[in-house]
Design a protein around this ligand. Structure first.
Ligand code: NAG
Ligand code: NAG
Ligand code: NAG
Ligand code: NAG
Length: 250
């Protein structure tokens, strides 16, 4: 086995062992608090598809999955007085630019995307201690992204951008076999007269303790979350089990 394969497998086992070994941890259980959440979603997006959805706004998208955000489920804008301050994440900027770029507005002020993610999602995530500052929120998200290592894991199981199509079930099975949990995969529906959906986002779910868990597929949830930042005319939705395009260029 090549090292990256081993890495993927070990990662899967690590998370499984970690999840199974976990027993109970009940801090922060105020059910009546309006900003309570139970699940965190680490959203990766495929820049080529993001560009396809917003053709006027971007050029030369990266050829690797980048971070869209780390979103506590069902809550947003939890503290409107906690403003984004890029100086708090100075140390993270090289990684932020590489792994969490603003695909749509690359030529404009690139901190706007991070400001948006912090104010909408980070201020909610910050109710847990491990994420309770901008440095922790962005740093931990980069950490989780690097540990998941989606780009190498996909390549190792033979899923790469291609002009031929994949079966969505094959992509989902590959992801589940590597990670031991079911992620949520979002696609751009087929264009008029076509039958092939385009893969756009892969979301991994975590517990409050930042352990991988299965994502559930409630339609209502995804409807809210998918409209996060890209404001193009087209929208992502849960992929159907049909042929799927994983495009290498816009
Ligand atoms: C909101 O953020 C401000 C600024 O960081 C902080 O002083 C305040 O305690 C926060 N409020 C809540 C409810 O967490
Ligand atoms: C970029 O945005 C940040 C945060 O909103 C702001 O503080 C900064 O002044 C902006 N920089 C430019 C060059 O517009
Ligand atoms: C999945 O199928 C449903 C029902 O035909 C359709 O409304 C939806 O747009 C499809 N989603 C994708 C991503 O193709
Ligand atoms: C995820 O779901 C599968 C079954 O669909 C189950 O076997 C597995 O244990 C679950 N994993 C976690 C971490 O809950």
């Amino acid at each position: 086995m090549k090292p990256a394969t081993v890495h993927c497998l070990i990662l899967g086992c690590f998370y499984l062992a970690f999840c199974c070994g976990y027993t109970s941890c009940k801090f922060l259980k105020s059910e009546h608090h309006p900003h309570i959440w139970k699940k965190l979603i680490l959203v990766h997006h495929w820049p080529v598809t993001v560009c396809k959805m917003n053709e006027n706004d971007c050029k030369e998208p990266p050829q690797y999955w980048t971070i869209h955000g780390l979103w506590p489920e069902k809550v947003e804008e939890c503290n409107r007085t906690w403003h984004f301050n890029v100086n708090e994440i100075k140390d993270l900027l090289p990684d932020m630019r590489q792994y969490w770029p603003d695909i749509l507005h690359s030529s404009l002020n690139r901190t706007q995307f991070w400001k948006h993610e912090w104010e909408k999602h980070g201020t909610c995530a910050a109710t847990v201690e491990s994420l309770n500052s901008q440095k922790k929120y962005f740093g931990k998200t980069l950490d989780l992204y690097q540990k998941l290592d989606l780009n190498s894991c996909l390549l190792k199981v033979g899923i790469k951008p291609s002009s031929s199509y994949y079966q969505m079930t094959a992509i989902k099975e590959a992801l589940t076999s590597v990670y031991g949990v079911t992620p949520k995969v979002q696609c751009l529906p087929p264009e008029q007269g076509e039958e092939v959906q385009t893969i756009g986002q892969i979301e991994f779910c975590f517990t409050k303790e930042l352990e991988l868990r299965n994502c559930t597929h409630a339609e209502a949830e995804s409807y809210i979350l998918q409209n996060d930042w890209s404001s193009g005319p087209e929208e992502l939705s849960i992929c159907n089990d049909t042929l799927t395009y994983y495009p290498s260029q816009v």
